[in-house]
Design a protein around this ligand. Structure first.
Ligand SMILES: [Fe+2]
Ligand SMILES: [Fe+2]
Length: 153
């Protein structure tokens, strides 16, 4: 599969996991639910595998490009913030209002990041990568994600 198609699908599933978590919060505020834990862990795994895959497989192909270079630097910092917030959220025993506020900030950070990737970075990248290379990279990314998910279970 084309790497950019795969990454956009991941973005969609991350956003729908956020939706799911937010809906649960409205219904079961203050009550700790194992279903919430499950969805949160799924979100965490998905984001960790996706960002690590981008950093190991995609970004190195793009960072030498003069126009894309500054975007890559910012993208890595945004990944860093996301992973930091995920770690903090994962370490909080109670899903209280501070937890919800942190989750909202994480979502905002990620939405901004997705807009930047899909609106600018991937557009620029598609211009410098041939379709064969995009497909090969997509296959490697799918494999990478599978291994990462299996290892973190
Ligand atoms: Fe991404
Ligand atoms: Fe990213």
């Amino acid at each position: 599969m084309d790497i950019f198609e795969l990454l956009k699908k991941d973005h969609e599933s991350v956003l729908s996991l956020f939706d799911e978590l937010e809906q649960m919060e409205q219904k079961e505020s203050r009550k700790k639910s194992s279903r919430q834990d499950k969805v949160f862990n799924q979100l965490k795994q998905e984001i960790e595998a996706h960002t690590q895959g981008e950093e190991e497989l995609l970004y190195p192909q793009l960072q030498e490009d003069e126009d894309l270079h500054p975007m890559i630097l910012e993208a890595v910092e945004e990944h860093h913030v996301a992973k930091m917030l995920l770690g903090e959220l994962g370490g909080m025993p109670e899903k209280n209002e501070q937890w919800s506020a942190k989750l909202t900030v994480l979502r905002e950070n990620i939405e901004h990041h997705i807009d930047m990737e899909e609106g600018e970075l991937f557009v620029g990248a598609q211009e410098i990568m041939e379709s064969k290379q995009r497909k090969e990279l997509g296959d490697r990314m799918a494999e990478f994600k599978e291994e990462h998910m299996a290892a973190s279970k």
